[in-house]
Design a protein around this ligand. Structure first.
Ligand code: NAD
Length: 481
């Protein structure tokens, strides 16, 4: 292998402070989605490995919760510094295994380290309260304590950001963690665990395992040790995991899929909004949970919007994600590309107009042309299922109430966006759109201090913000006579 592949680390498990190589374990190849080349062989945890990780997390919890929040924060901040100092390698590795354009991996590293820094600080603010006495000489206290060992399962689309959110929240609150990161992008999680170890996280506090997800995840949850699940991934898997959590009343944070509507009213600066819309659509090849998906454009602008969208998306450079000037890389794997293609074909069969794209790019890797479809019937599968790919769905609307109804039509509610200069409309949209996050005249909807999460079938609970820390804390009431 040539080029930057030498930066890719050995793929290992991390259990109780020990880095574990494949040995005689089963392995699976990790591919570079831009070339199809094998980056490394990922060991699968054996049952004995999982038992060790669970025991380590139980022990690690006792150790870590005894660290004062200030000390825990110091370690988290140090880990963020180490990741930044190693930024070139960390971002190259993320791009090699995820296919995300390198410029976007750099933004993601910034986001991931900011998240660790946020939880480093926020851990010091896990305040309880003292209630007024009912009797002289008594004390009535509300205290916050770390919930216990956390299981965290993350997807591949933000290989640095998702582990940072989960580890940051758990560690900031004083919890230990068993992380099962995505098997497609293990090295980014490995580099994060290494930074945490080097920064001073004690053995057993962070454990990282990989394997067959449908076996590993239930096994961890049924161990009797895990007190909380933080899951980011698809809705069907989230539902299955919730059933398992119900067996032991494990608390859940569920960050699931969406189908982001974008409402464009007739009073906007069209050229500016088009620039924003196309950039947001192509981010990470549309493989973003808050990706804009269904665009509803006021009929008076519709023809111009479609024309402007198609022209702009045609200028997006698709290619080697390590090239700094590239706008879009490949999709994560062949399965994703096939799934997106099948949805597009079905929409065309149902009468949608295909303006551009709709096909794979020949050659190595899993590249797909950015695609624009318009005038889609609601019955098309792609209007109801998350496409998770580089495809924009454009439809016109006439009336405010009707378009709000369209936006709320699906059982998802992760992110929604609207563009208008009209203040009264902005207020009404804020009230009426059923969503966890709403971008008004912007696609920027996430900073570490803001809660990130969905409603309806997009999940429950939030990461980041004060809510993110609270999700890893329990509330205990102490009445002292
Ligand atoms: P996925 O559900 O297939 O995988 C997510 C995680 O669950 C991975 O760790 C995976 O290994 C594990 N997993 C997969 N199948 C499992 C099973 N049967 N049992 C237990 N665990 C299993 O999702 P994905 O394809 O990796 O990611 C894409 C999805 O994630 C999209 O739906 C996207 O919207 C969603 N997502 C949501 C957010 C958010 O914050 N709401 C962020 C990123 C991605």
């Amino acid at each position: 292998m040539s080029g930057p592949h030498h930066l890719y680390p050995e793929l290992q498990l991390f259990i109780d402070g020990e880095w574990i190589s494949r040995g005689s374990r089963k392995t699976e190849p990790v591919l570079n989605p831009a070339t199809g080349e094998v980056l490394g062989e990922l060991p699968h945890a054996t049952q004995a490995d999982l038992d060790r990780a669970i025991a380590a997390a139980q022990k690690g919890f006792r150790v870590w919760r005894s660290f004062m929040p200030e000390k825990r924060g110091e370690i988290l901040r140090k880990a963020a510094e180490l990741l930044k100092a190693d930024g070139e390698r960390v971002t190259t590795v993320a791009t090699l295994e995820s296919g995300k354009p390198i410029a976007q991996s750099r933004i993601e590293l910034h986001m991931a380290t900011e998240v660790l820094e946020w939880y480093a600080e926020e851990g010091r603010r896990a305040y309880g309260r003292v209630l007024p006495q009912r009797q002289p000489g008594t004390r009535l206290l509300v205290v916050k304590e770390p919930i216990g060992p956390v299981a965290a399962f993350t997807p591949w689309n933000f290989p640095q950001g998702n582990p940072a959110r989960k580890l940051g929240a758990a560690l900031g609150a004083g919890c230990s963690c068993v992380l099962k990161a995505a098997e497609d992008t293990p090295a980014s999680a490995i580099l994060m665990a290494k930074a945490l170890q080097e920064a001073g996280v004690p053995d057993g506090v962070v454990n990282l395992v990989f394997g067959v997800p449908s076996e590993v995840c239930p096994y961890l949850l049924r161990s009797g040790v895990i007190r909380k699940l933080s899951f980011t991934g698809s809705i069907p898997v989230g539902k299955e995991l919730m059933k398992i959590c119900a067996e032991r009343m494990i608390r859940t944070t569920m960050e699931l899929g969406g189908h982001g509507p974008v409402l464009v009213f007739d009073d906007v600066n069209l050229e500016h909004v088009l620039d924003l819309c196309v950039t947001a659509k192509c981010r990470n090849g549309g493989q973003v949970c808050v990706s804009p998906t269904r665009y509803y454009i006021h009929r008076s602008l519709y023809a111009k919007f479609v024309e402007g969208f198609v022209a702009r998306i045609g200028r997006v450079r698709v290619g080697d994600p390590l090239d700094d000037t590239i706008g879009m890389g490949p999709l994560i794997h062949a399965r994703r590309r096939e799934a997106v293609h099948a949805l597009i074909q079905e929409a065309v069969q149902q009468g949608a107009t295909l303006h551009t794209g709709g096909e794979s790019i020949p050659g190595p890797g899993f590249f797909y042309r950015p695609t624009v479809l318009s005038d889609l019937p609601d019955s098309a599968r792609i209007m109801n299922e998350e496409p998770f790919g580089p495809v924009a769905l454009l439809n016109p609307f006439d009336e405010f109430d009707a378009v709000v109804e369209q936006a709320n039509r699906l059982p998802y509610g992760l992110a929604a966006f609207a563009f208008t200069e009209n203040g009264k409309r902005l207020k009404l949209l804020g009230e009426r759109i059923e969503t966890g996050m709403l971008g008004l005249n912007t696609f920027a909807i996430s900073v570490p201090e803001s809660p990130f999460g969905g409603v309806k079938e997009s999940g429950h609970g939030s990461e980041e913000g004060i809510e993110g820390l609270d999700a890893c804390l329990i509330t205990k009431y102490i009445s002292e006579a």
